[in-house]
Design a protein around this ligand. Structure first.
Ligand code: GAP
Length: 460
């Protein structure tokens, strides 16, 4: 069976259910920026929380940081971004559009979409030239050159410039890490594929500082750990791979990099990079700031500049991968227990990532059922993200919850009023079981915490 997910279907579902949609829509949208609605915020927050949990709660060698988006301009001089954070760009003299020179083969010609830029009869491309991806802005009221600052193109540099601070107040010693989640900005020449490549996005980055001799070992550790994170959260292992960069692909700062790649509908593409950055960043910032950025080991009396292993992920790109992996369409027989027959669209998300964990639905809007349902919502709300829905037939309400990936629907019916029991409907198996209201909270919490694997694994 082929995978039902296409990028168009994901975009349509996200818009229909208000997860993610074009920003500034009433003004016609703004190239490649997206807004997240209620369920999208819940989903992306769950992705970021799962990342924080893996970095902070499940280990004791990483601390958190939230550095400013605007940093001293010297940061970008030292990091090499001012001189070298560029992509090769070409212009077409015929249509006036700009393209990434190294992506021409993946892009449609705006005038003749069946061909690539440069291949149409009227195309007239310039030579490639370097285009710096950093967004510039002005700090303070005076617009002179001294006030030029940049929106950070990665969260990583905020970590390096704080190395000395964090070392002092965290009382950590290598090997230890500093983790950060936040917005980054890149003036991408050709953004696209929904939230895969945008000009404003969120990163989840961690810089792990180690003794130079241990860098290779930790590089291997973080490659394994990061791949495992995605499979633990339900991404199908056969849709994930680790691809080691060839020497000519390596960034100026890196001696080894591997990408976690996911099989998106656009093909295998980078989800996250794991890089061995050596001592490049600390050495550069020490040189440009005049501060010593090193570790003094009081036991051995030795000083060294730690080497850095960096797992760098994108929160929006990861959210997109979870959506793609979860998306499914299937035929439902219907007729039983309120299930509507026909095709359903369902997000088979890991329960930990699902925006809403449980929906409580009164079968009818009378006979004390709404009141009983609201009491259940009040009891569950403190334990998990809970939603109440009484609008439309029960079958339609199940479909609505399927589309946002709600793992459990609790239905209140006539019997509930008599014997204080409800039914729980499982999103993936569609099975229903009757349980006592008093046992609901504990039962749902234990199921949400249980190991989970994609039901799509069994059929694709
Ligand atoms: N500090 C290293 C660094 O920033 P990167 O590979 O350029 O490395 C890390 O970025 C991750 O950030 C990528 O793997 C991707 O998930 C995400 N990312 C990068 N550029 C992006 C963009 N334009 N839109 C969405 N996500 C992006």
């Amino acid at each position: 069976m082929t995978d039902a997910a296409t990028m168009d279907k994901i975009v349509a579902l996200c818009k229909r259910r208000g997860l993610i949609f074009a920003s500034s829509e009433i003004y016609g949208g703004l190239g490649s920026t997206y807004d997240y609605g209620h369920y999208g915020v819940l989903l992306k927050t769950n992705v970021k929380n799962a990342w924080w949990r893996a970095m902070l709660q499940e280990r004791d060698d990483i601390v958190a940081l939230d550095s400013a988006i605007l940093q001293h301009p010297k940061t970008w001089e030292a990091s090499g971004h001012l001189a070298g954070f560029t992509d090769p760009m070409v212009d077409c003299r015929a249509c006036g559009q700009r393209f990434r020179a190294d992506h021409l083969g993946d892009l449609p010609c705006p005038q003749k979409p069946s061909r690539h830029p440069g291949e149409g009869p009227q195309c007239d491309l310039t030579e490639a030239r370097d285009f710096n991806l950093m967004f510039e802005t002005t700090m303070g009221p005076v617009k002179d050159s001294g006030a030029t600052v940049y929106l950070r193109p990665e969260t990583a540099q905020g970590i390096f410039v704080n190395f000395k601070n964090v070392l002092q107040f965290s009382r950590k010693k290598p090997p230890f890490g500093i983790a950060q989640v936040g917005k980054s900005f890149r003036n991408e020449i050709t953004p696209g594929n929904f939230v895969f490549r945008t000009r404003e996005f969120e990163q989840m980055e961690m810089e792990f500082f180690v003794e130079p001799a241990q860098a290779g070992e930790w590089y291997e550790h973080w490659k394994r750990a990061r791949l495992q994170w995605y499979t633990d959260l339900g991404l199908r292992a056969d849709h994930l791979r680790m691809r080691e960069h060839d020497p000519d692909e390596l960034s100026h700062y890196s001696s080894a990099t591997a990408d976690v790649e996911y099989l998106f509908p656009i093909g295998w593409s980078e989800l996250e990079g794991v890089a061995n950055r050596g001592d490049f960043d600390l050495t550069q910032h020490a040189k440009h700031s005049g501060e010593k950025l090193e570790y003094f080991d009081p036991q051995t009396k030795e000083r060294f500049v730690p080497h850095v292993i960096e797992p760098a992920a994108g929160a929006d790109r990861a959210t997109l991968a979870f959506l793609v992996d979860a998306y499914d369409e299937e035929e439902v027989a219907g007729g039983t227990a309120g299930e509507a027959g026909g095709q359903r669209t369902v997000l088979k998300l890991h329960p930990r990532l699902a925006p809403v964990k449980v929906a409580v639905l009164p079968l009818v809007r009378k006979d004390g059922q709404p009141e009983a349902a609201r009491e259940i919502v009040a009891a569950l709300r403190g334990l998990m993200q809970t939603e109440y829905d009484e609008g439309g037939s029960i079958g339609k309400r199940y479909r609505r919850q399927d589309e946002i990936g709600t793992p459990y629907c609790v239905t209140v019916d006539h019997q509930t009023i008599d014997d204080q029991t409800v039914t729980i409907r499982d999103r993936d198996s569609l099975e229903q079981e009757r349980v006592a209201i008093g046992a609901l909270g504990e039962l749902l919490a234990s199921r949400l915490a249980a190991p989970w694997q994609s039901p799509k694994l069994a059929v694709v």
